[in-house]
Design a protein around this ligand. Sequence first.
Ligand code: C5P
Length: 224
Amino acid sequence: PQPRPLAGKRILITAGPTHEPIDPVRYIANRSSGKQGFAIAAAAQAAGADVILVSGPVDLDDPSGVTVKHVESARDMLQQVEASLPADIAIFAAAVADWRVANAGEQKLKKTGSGMPPLQLVENPDILATISKLGEKRPPLVIGFAAETEHLIDNARAKLARKGCDWIVANDVSPATGVMGGDRNTVHLLTRDGADINVDSWPVMTKEQVATELVARIASTVEK
Ligand code: C5P
């Protein structure tokens, strides 16, 4: 039988993009496929964890043995994440839209002949930062992602501090890498070590391999 190092642990994972409505038929989105978050959910389930996956709109099958909650917008995602606590470990792999449309139309917007409708954007809640800063309900291990197109490690270090999480998985998502929507990923794992930050750079791997490695690191940390 497979080893189940995460048996008895409850892991909450976010994945995919969010869709932010402009009107009933249009939305703002991004290129996230959800593959990395879904792979982590499957790997955590295989390691024996009790997994809750909160996913934005994706074109992927629900991983078997995982509780999946499907959401649309960032605000829905935050609500489902909060409702899914407590958890031992939380992994925020979703590419949450930073902004939503404040003046989304209740009816389909029409061309008027007098110019384009102005879209007013307001900031979405930061789910990772919100959960990292919770008091007693904060999961003991909170992991975020940093998808960057430049200054990867510096931006990831700053993000670790700003968001208040414990680990950051940093990845380069420049178009040339093919990471967004692709099957491979090159990641750097930043972990806090007291006041210091350790950086482990992993070779290019499939998203499944990244998931397996990450779950192995979690399992060895949880055991300590
Ligand atoms: O600030 P940035 O979007 O680059 O941070 C990325 C990390 O924060 C990811 O772990 C992502 O899932 C999380 N995040 C979030 N809610 C947001 C924005 C980002 O949970 N509104």
